[in-house]
Design a protein around this ligand. Structure first.
Ligand SMILES: [Zn+2]
Length: 162
C-alpha cells in the first residue's frame, strides 16, 4: 500500500463532497527533485521558471525521474512562461525506447498561487499532461507551496514525496 499523501497545498477544500468521478492519478515527486524545483523557482524570481518533467508511468501513478529546465521564452516572463520547443523535441527524441517520457511541465508563479492562472487554463494541452506549479513570491516564514494538476481540467492531484 502506498504511503500516505502529503497535504495538498491549495484548493483542497474544493469539491470534497461532489460525486463526480475522481481521477486517481498520483504524482510521485522525489524530495530531491522537489527541492531542485524550488531552487530553480527562487533563482528565476521575479521571473517565472519553467521546464519539462521526465517520468515513468507506474499504473495510475506517474513518477518524476528528472527535470529539464528551459529558458523562459515568453516576452513577459514575469507573468507568463514559454518552454523552448526545441528542448521538448530533443527530450522526446532522446527518451524514445527508454520507458521514460516527457510527462508534463513545471513553472513558477512569482506573485501568485500554486494553482493554474486563467492564462494557464487557456493554454490547451494534451490529456494526461501534468502541470506542476510553484508559488514562491509570497513566502512569510513558511514553506513555498507546490501544486500538481492533470490536464485537461486542472483537477488538483495529490503529491507524494517518496
Ligand atoms: Zn502559470
Amino acid at each position: 500500500m502506498r504511503s500516505t499523501l502529503s497535504t495538498s497545498t491549495t484548493g483542497a477544500s474544493s469539491a470534497r463532497s461532489t460525486p463526480t468521478p475522481r481521477n486517481s492519478a498520483l504524482l510521485i515527486l522525489p524530495a530531491p527533485l522537489k527541492t531542485q524545483l524550488f531552487v530553480l523557482a527562487r533563482t528565476a524570481h521575479p521571473r517565472e521558471c519553467c521546464g519539462l518533467l521526465e517520468g515513468v508511468r507506474e499504473g495510475e501513478a506517474v513518477r518524476v525521474t528528472a527535470l529539464y529546465p528551459s529558458p523562459n521564452l515568453s516576452p513577459t516572463p514575469e507573468t507568463a512562461f514559454e518552454i523552448d520547443p526545441a528542448l521538448h523535441f530533443a527530450l522526446q527524441r532522446n527518451l524514445r525506447g527508454t520507458g521514460r517520457s516527457v510527462v508534463g511541465c513545471y513553472h513558477s508563479h512569482p506573485t501568485g498561487k500554486a494553482e493554474p492562472s486563467p492564462r494557464d487554463r487557456a493554454n490547451g494541452c494534451e490529456a494526461g499532461w501534468i502541470w506542476v506549479i510553484l508559488a514562491t513570491g509570497v513566502i512569510i516564514e513558511g514553506a513555498p507551496s507546490l501544486g500538481a494538476f492533470l490536464a485537461p481540467g486542472f483537477e488538483l492531484q495529490a503529491i507524494a514525496t517518496t
